[in-house]
Design a protein around this ligand. Structure first.
Ligand SMILES: C[S@@+](CC[C@H](N)C(=O)[O-])C[C@H]1O[C@@H](n2cnc3c(N)ncnc32)[C@H](O)[C@@H]1O
Length: 195
Protein backbone atom coordinates (compact mmCIF):
# COMPACT_ATOMS: atom_id res chain seq x y z
CA UNK A 1 0.00 0.00 0.00
CA UNK A 2 1.18 3.51 -0.73
CA UNK A 3 -0.37 6.63 0.72
CA UNK A 4 0.74 10.27 0.64
CA UNK A 5 1.48 11.00 4.29
CA UNK A 6 1.38 14.79 4.40
CA UNK A 7 -2.15 15.01 3.06
CA UNK A 8 -3.90 18.12 1.84
CA UNK A 9 -5.22 19.94 4.90
CA UNK A 10 -4.78 23.70 5.23
CA UNK A 11 -1.60 23.57 7.35
CA UNK A 12 0.09 21.05 5.03
CA UNK A 13 -0.79 23.14 1.98
CA UNK A 14 0.41 26.34 3.63
CA UNK A 15 3.72 24.59 4.38
CA UNK A 16 4.16 23.35 0.80
CA UNK A 17 2.84 26.45 -0.99
CA UNK A 18 5.59 28.67 0.46
CA UNK A 19 8.17 26.95 -1.72
CA UNK A 20 9.62 28.62 -4.78
CA UNK A 21 12.01 27.46 -7.47
CA UNK A 22 14.64 29.71 -5.90
CA UNK A 23 14.13 28.43 -2.34
CA UNK A 24 13.69 24.70 -3.05
CA UNK A 25 14.70 24.05 -6.66
CA UNK A 26 17.75 26.27 -7.16
CA UNK A 27 19.76 23.18 -8.18
CA UNK A 28 17.58 22.95 -11.32
CA UNK A 29 17.90 26.55 -12.52
CA UNK A 30 21.18 26.12 -14.40
CA UNK A 31 19.61 23.42 -16.57
CA UNK A 32 16.72 25.59 -17.74
CA UNK A 33 16.80 27.23 -21.18
CA UNK A 34 14.28 29.21 -23.23
CA UNK A 35 12.07 26.98 -25.36
CA UNK A 36 12.43 23.89 -23.20
CA UNK A 37 9.61 21.46 -22.54
CA UNK A 38 9.72 20.57 -18.85
CA UNK A 39 7.76 18.15 -16.66
CA UNK A 40 7.28 18.69 -12.90
CA UNK A 41 6.14 15.41 -11.28
CA UNK A 42 4.27 15.68 -7.97
CA UNK A 43 3.88 19.43 -8.54
CA UNK A 44 1.53 19.97 -5.59
CA UNK A 45 0.13 23.53 -5.50
CA UNK A 46 2.48 24.59 -8.31
CA UNK A 47 4.47 27.26 -6.48
CA UNK A 48 7.75 25.80 -7.81
CA UNK A 49 6.30 25.00 -11.24
CA UNK A 50 5.48 28.65 -11.95
CA UNK A 51 9.10 29.53 -11.17
CA UNK A 52 10.22 27.01 -13.79
CA UNK A 53 7.79 28.60 -16.27
CA UNK A 54 9.34 32.01 -15.67
CA UNK A 55 12.78 30.73 -16.75
CA UNK A 56 11.98 28.93 -20.02
CA UNK A 57 10.71 31.84 -22.14
CA UNK A 58 8.41 30.48 -24.83
CA UNK A 59 8.93 26.94 -23.53
CA UNK A 60 6.29 25.08 -21.60
CA UNK A 61 6.18 23.31 -18.25
CA UNK A 62 3.59 20.72 -17.36
CA UNK A 63 2.91 19.94 -13.72
CA UNK A 64 1.51 16.54 -12.91
CA UNK A 65 0.04 15.45 -9.59
CA UNK A 66 -1.87 12.40 -8.46
CA UNK A 67 -4.40 14.62 -6.69
CA UNK A 68 -6.99 16.54 -8.70
CA UNK A 69 -7.22 19.03 -5.83
CA UNK A 70 -3.53 19.91 -6.32
CA UNK A 71 -3.96 20.23 -10.08
CA UNK A 72 -6.77 22.74 -9.55
CA UNK A 73 -4.73 24.61 -6.94
CA UNK A 74 -1.72 24.75 -9.25
CA UNK A 75 -3.89 26.07 -12.09
CA UNK A 76 -5.07 28.79 -9.73
CA UNK A 77 -1.47 29.58 -8.71
CA UNK A 78 -0.50 30.03 -12.38
CA UNK A 79 -3.61 32.12 -13.14
CA UNK A 80 -3.03 34.36 -10.09
CA UNK A 81 0.53 35.03 -11.25
CA UNK A 82 -0.39 35.51 -14.90
CA UNK A 83 1.73 32.55 -15.97
CA UNK A 84 0.62 31.39 -19.43
CA UNK A 85 3.25 28.73 -20.23
CA UNK A 86 2.42 26.31 -17.42
CA UNK A 87 -0.26 23.65 -17.63
CA UNK A 88 -1.33 21.06 -15.07
CA UNK A 89 -2.92 17.66 -15.23
CA UNK A 90 -3.60 14.64 -13.09
CA UNK A 91 -1.16 11.80 -13.38
CA UNK A 92 0.67 9.11 -11.49
CA UNK A 93 4.47 9.06 -11.32
CA UNK A 94 4.35 5.34 -12.10
CA UNK A 95 2.29 5.75 -15.25
CA UNK A 96 2.76 9.21 -16.69
CA UNK A 97 0.16 10.30 -19.23
CA UNK A 98 2.70 11.08 -21.96
CA UNK A 99 4.27 9.40 -24.95
CA UNK A 100 7.94 8.46 -24.85
CA UNK A 101 10.63 11.15 -25.25
CA UNK A 102 8.48 14.26 -24.79
CA UNK A 103 10.50 16.39 -22.35
CA UNK A 104 13.89 18.11 -22.32
CA UNK A 105 14.01 18.14 -18.52
CA UNK A 106 12.11 16.63 -15.63
CA UNK A 107 11.90 18.01 -12.12
CA UNK A 108 10.49 16.43 -9.00
CA UNK A 109 10.69 17.88 -5.50
CA UNK A 110 9.64 16.13 -2.28
CA UNK A 111 7.88 13.27 -4.03
CA UNK A 112 10.31 10.34 -4.01
CA UNK A 113 10.25 9.98 -0.20
CA UNK A 114 6.56 9.05 -0.51
CA UNK A 115 7.03 6.34 -3.13
CA UNK A 116 7.28 2.63 -2.36
CA UNK A 117 8.88 1.93 -5.76
CA UNK A 118 11.16 4.86 -6.57
CA UNK A 119 13.15 3.02 -9.24
CA UNK A 120 9.93 2.18 -11.07
CA UNK A 121 8.99 5.87 -11.01
CA UNK A 122 12.44 6.94 -12.22
CA UNK A 123 12.25 4.46 -15.11
CA UNK A 124 9.01 6.18 -16.05
CA UNK A 125 10.78 9.57 -15.79
CA UNK A 126 13.48 8.25 -18.13
CA UNK A 127 10.85 7.02 -20.59
CA UNK A 128 9.26 10.46 -21.04
CA UNK A 129 12.60 12.29 -21.29
CA UNK A 130 14.16 12.89 -24.69
CA UNK A 131 17.55 11.24 -25.21
CA UNK A 132 20.06 13.45 -23.42
CA UNK A 133 17.34 14.95 -21.22
CA UNK A 134 17.95 15.90 -17.61
CA UNK A 135 16.19 14.57 -14.52
CA UNK A 136 16.56 16.79 -11.46
CA UNK A 137 15.07 15.33 -8.28
CA UNK A 138 15.32 16.24 -4.63
CA UNK A 139 13.69 14.74 -1.59
CA UNK A 140 14.63 14.84 2.07
CA UNK A 141 16.62 12.33 4.03
CA UNK A 142 15.18 12.55 7.51
CA UNK A 143 18.43 11.17 8.92
CA UNK A 144 19.94 14.59 8.20
CA UNK A 145 17.31 16.73 9.89
CA UNK A 146 18.48 19.01 12.68
CA UNK A 147 15.95 20.49 15.03
CA UNK A 148 16.02 22.18 18.38
CA UNK A 149 16.00 23.21 21.12
CA UNK A 150 16.14 19.65 22.50
CA UNK A 151 12.65 18.47 23.30
CA UNK A 152 11.46 14.95 23.99
CA UNK A 153 8.01 15.90 22.68
CA UNK A 154 9.44 17.17 19.39
CA UNK A 155 11.61 14.06 19.04
CA UNK A 156 8.59 11.84 19.69
CA UNK A 157 6.51 13.77 17.14
CA UNK A 158 9.20 13.48 14.45
CA UNK A 159 9.66 9.75 15.16
CA UNK A 160 5.89 9.22 14.97
CA UNK A 161 5.70 11.02 11.62
CA UNK A 162 8.62 8.97 10.29
CA UNK A 163 6.93 5.72 11.39
CA UNK A 164 3.69 6.81 9.71
CA UNK A 165 5.45 7.66 6.46
CA UNK A 166 7.18 4.26 6.44
CA UNK A 167 3.87 2.53 7.18
CA UNK A 168 2.39 4.44 4.24
CA UNK A 169 5.00 2.94 1.92
CA UNK A 170 7.51 5.81 1.90
CA UNK A 171 11.20 5.87 2.77
CA UNK A 172 12.37 8.59 5.16
CA UNK A 173 16.01 7.82 4.37
CA UNK A 174 15.77 7.90 0.60
CA UNK A 175 17.48 11.27 0.12
CA UNK A 176 20.94 9.74 0.37
CA UNK A 177 20.00 6.94 -2.03
CA UNK A 178 18.89 9.07 -4.98
CA UNK A 179 22.01 8.64 -7.11
CA UNK A 180 21.97 4.84 -6.75
CA UNK A 181 18.25 4.76 -7.56
CA UNK A 182 18.87 6.84 -10.68
CA UNK A 183 21.63 4.47 -11.78
CA UNK A 184 19.36 1.48 -11.14
CA UNK A 185 16.67 3.16 -13.26
CA UNK A 186 19.09 3.50 -16.18
CA UNK A 187 20.25 7.12 -15.97
CA UNK A 188 23.81 7.95 -17.02
CA UNK A 189 26.08 10.68 -15.67
CA UNK A 190 24.46 10.77 -12.24
CA UNK A 191 25.45 13.46 -9.76
CA UNK A 192 24.25 13.86 -6.17
CA UNK A 193 24.72 16.67 -3.72
CA UNK A 194 23.40 17.69 -0.33
CA UNK A 195 21.22 20.80 -0.27
C1 LIG B 1 5.25 17.15 -0.57
S1 LIG B 1 4.25 17.48 -1.98
C2 LIG B 1 5.44 18.34 -2.99
C3 LIG B 1 4.81 19.36 -3.89
C4 LIG B 1 5.82 20.18 -4.71
N1 LIG B 1 6.64 19.35 -5.55
C5 LIG B 1 6.67 20.98 -3.76
O1 LIG B 1 7.77 20.55 -3.39
O2 LIG B 1 6.23 22.07 -3.36
C6 LIG B 1 4.18 15.89 -2.81
C7 LIG B 1 3.15 15.86 -3.93
O3 LIG B 1 3.28 14.61 -4.63
C8 LIG B 1 2.00 14.15 -4.99
N2 LIG B 1 2.06 12.71 -5.20
C9 LIG B 1 2.12 11.73 -4.27
N3 LIG B 1 2.21 10.52 -4.86
C10 LIG B 1 2.23 10.75 -6.21
C11 LIG B 1 2.31 9.90 -7.36
N4 LIG B 1 2.41 8.58 -7.26
N5 LIG B 1 2.31 10.48 -8.57
C12 LIG B 1 2.20 11.84 -8.70
N6 LIG B 1 2.10 12.68 -7.66
C13 LIG B 1 2.12 12.14 -6.42
C14 LIG B 1 1.11 14.57 -3.82
O4 LIG B 1 -0.24 14.64 -4.21
C15 LIG B 1 1.71 15.92 -3.43
O5 LIG B 1 1.03 16.97 -4.06
Amino acid sequence: MERYTLGYDASSLAFVSRRTLESHGAFFIDYLRPGMRVLDVGCGPGSITVGIASRIGDGRVIGVDISDSQVRLAEQTAADQGVANAAFQSGNAYDLPFEDAQFDALFSHALIEHLAEPVRAMREFLRVLKPGGVMSVATPDWGGFLYGPPSSDLTAAVKAFEALQVRNGGDVNVGCKLSQLAIDAGFEQVMQRAL
